[in-house]
Design a protein around this ligand. Structure first.
Ligand code: SF4
Length: 340
C-alpha cells in the first residue's frame, strides 16, 4: 500500500486520559490519526482510537488500519483553533496527584513526525501555554528542536522515546523513525538550550541485557533528564503479528504470557540494577503492566501504578501557597502591604 495522507476535523481536541496511571498526564491532544513512523511494536492501532474508526478509515482508502499502520496519516489541522475555543470556555481542570493536570502531545501519534504535524503541535502548545497549562511532548521526531522558542518554558517538558542507542536495532524495529543517534543529538541540543527534558526508555526489546541498560543509561544521564520512564515491549493486539511480519525473531519469545512475564521481570531487575549502579534510581519510573497481576509481588506492582513522577512543576498551588506564606509573614511583621 502506498502512503495515504489527508486531513480530518475534530470536535473535541482535548481528551481526558487514563495515562495518569503511568504518571504521564491527565489530558491528551492527538494531532493526527495514524503515524508515519509505523513502529512495529506500536499498540495504538489496537486501541479504540483506531478500532472504532475502521469504517471511516476504509472510506479514506485504508484497507487494513491495523496491519497498514505506518502507511496513513490524517492531520487534525483545526486543533489549535478548537483548543482556543474550548479553553476559553473551560471552567474546571482535572488534576490528579499523578497526572498533575498535564496535557500530553501525543499518545496516539507522533507530534513531530513531519512538518504538517509539527505546525499543528507548535500552535497547540502556544494555545495551551496561553491558558497556563502544563505540556508534555513525547516524540521520536527531531523537528521539536526548531520550536525551542516555545518549548523552552517551565510549563513544558519534552521527552523522546529512546529505548536503546543502537541504530542498527532501530532500523529493524522502527525503520521509519529517525535513528536513536539523531534523537540523542536532538536531546543534547535541547539540554544545551536549558529545556526541561525526560526520556522514555521504552519499549525495550527482550534482547537487551543488564550491560545494555548500563551503557545506555550512562549516556542518557549526560542529558540530565528529570525522569526516565521504562517498559519492555509487550505483545498486545496486532503488534505481535506486525513484529513477526517485520522479521523480528525475538517476537516469539514474548508471545506466551509466561515468557512475556519472565522477560518483563528480568529486564525490570536489570534496569533497576543499572540505575542503582549509576546513581539514578530515583529518576527511574517503571511502567508496569496490570497484566502482571498474579505473576509478581502485588506490592511491587501497586507501588508503580498511579505513582507520581519526581518531575517538579511550578504549580498554581505553589504560587497560592507562596502568596499565603508571604501574607502570613507580613501579618506577623504588622505590615498591611498588598501582595500581588
Ligand atoms: S512513533 Fe509512537 S505512535 Fe508512532 S508508530 Fe511509533 S510508537 Fe506508534
Amino acid at each position: 500500500m502506498s502512503i495515504i495522507k489527508g486531513t480530518e476535523t475534530i470536535v473535541n481536541p482535548l481528551q481526558t486520559s487514563a495515562l495518569n496511571k503511568k504518571g504521564l498526564c491527565d489530558y491528551v491532544v492527538n494531532v493526527a490519526s495514524g503515524c508515519l513512523h509505523g513502529c512495529s511494536f506500536c499498540y495504538v492501532p489496537s486501541t479504540p482510537a483506531i478500532r472504532t474508526k475502521q469504517t471511516q478509515l476504509h472510506h479514506k482508502g485504508v484497507s487494513n488500519p491495523q496491519m497498514d499502520w505506518g502507511q496513513y496519516l490524517f492531520v487534525r489541522e483545526n486543533i489549535p483553533e478548537k483548543l482556543e475555543q474550548f479553553l476559553s470556555r473551560k471552567k474546571t481542570w482535572r488534576e490528579t496527584p499523578e497526572g498533575k493536570g498535564v496535557v500530553l502531545l501525543c499518545s496516539g501519534t507522533d507530534p513531530y513526525q513531519n512538518k504538517q504535524t509539527a505546525t499543528v503541535t507548535r500552535s497547540a502548545v502556544q494555545v495551551l501555554l496561553k491558558y497556563n497549562k502544563r505540556v508534555r511532548i513525547l516524540t521520536r521526531g527531531l523537528s521539536w528542536i526548531n520550536d525551542l522558542d516555545v518549548l523552552n518554558n517551565e510549563n513544558v517538558i519534552v521527552g523522546m522515546s529512546l529505548p536503546y542507542l543502537d541504530d542498527e536495532l532501530s532500523r529493524k524495529i522502527e525503520p521509519q523513525a529517525p535513528p536513536p543517534s539523531k534523537r540523542y543529538r536532538a536531546l543534547q541540543e535541547g539540554h544545551k538550550a536549558g529545556c526541561r527534558l525526560y526520556v522514555a526508555m521504552a519499549p525495550t526489546p527482550p534482547t537487551m541485557t543488564l550491560e545494555h541498560f548500563k551503557t545506555d543509561l550512562e549516556q542518557i544521564m549526560y542529558l540530565n533528564p528529570e525522569v526516565i520512564f521504562w517498559e519492555p515491549i509487550n505483545a498486545r493486539g496486532t503488534n505481535g503479528k506486525r513484529m513477526l511480519a517485520a522479521g523480528l525473531e525475538f517476537t516469539s519469545s514474548i508471545m506466551s504470557k509466561q515468557s512475556w512475564v519472565e522477560t518483563f521481570v528480568r529486564q525490570w531487575e536489570d534496569i533497576e540494577t543499572a540505575a542503582k549502579e549509576l546513581g539514578c534510581l530515583e529518576r527511574l519510573h517503571i511502567w508496569p503492566d496490570p497484566e502482571l497481576r498474579g505473576y509478581i509481588d502485588q506490592a511491587k506492582l501497586d507501588k508503580w501504578l498511579y505513582q507520581p513522577t519526581v518531575e517538579k512543576w511550578k504549580t498554581q498551588t505553589d504560587k497560592k501557597v507562596k502568596t499565603q506564606v508571604a501574607k502570613a509573614t507580613l501579618r506577623k511583621r504588622g505590615k498591611t502591604t498588598a501582595i500581588l
